[in-house]
Design a protein. Structure first.
Length: 150
């Protein structure tokens, strides 16, 4: 049961992240996300967009702490599923795609190249409207087809 809760939560977070990116980051909280699109070529360690880490980490920590305190192990599994997705997001988005830490700079893997290409398409638009490719791990099939055919 706990493994199912963990894995289900991890995969569900892709849809939560897509929704939050499209409707919250490019909506009500654009003021926090905007520098991620407009300061992309500048050298910086932190940006206002990084505050979303705290927004997503809060329910994870609450689930882990409350689940641990009240011995509700599936709640802990949900919290760890959210945290695992957050770690994956950091590794893929911040390290692999944006190269904020230069440790994984090249890949011949078609899946990873497709993710990077879709994200670059997302960043072509510098405004909060008319964006595309809001997901991280699941992106439109056309990007996979173009990268796997190389």
């Amino acid at each position: 049961m706990n493994i199912i809760a963990f894995v289900s939560t991890f995969f569900f977070m892709e849809f939560v992240a897509w929704f939050a990116h499209k409707y919250i980051m490019h909506g009500l909280f654009w003021n926090l996300h905007e520098d991620h699109h407009t300061r992309e070529n500048e050298v910086h360690i932190f940006e206002r967009n990084d505050s979303f880490f705290l927004i997503f980490a809060t329910p994870s920590m609450l689930c882990i702490v409350l689940g641990s305190h009240f011995s509700i192990f599936y709640l802990m599994a949900i919290g760890f599923g959210i945290a695992a997705y957050g770690l994956c997001y950091f590794l893929v988005h911040d390290i692999f795609i944006h190269q904020r830490i230069k440790i994984f700079t090249r890949s011949n893997n078609g899946y990873l190249r497709a993710i990077r290409k879709a994200h670059k398409i997302h960043h072509k638009n510098r405004t909060k409207e008319e964006g595309e490719c809001f997901g991280m791990l699941l992106v439109p099939l056309k990007y996979f087809k173009s990268e796997w055919s190389k």
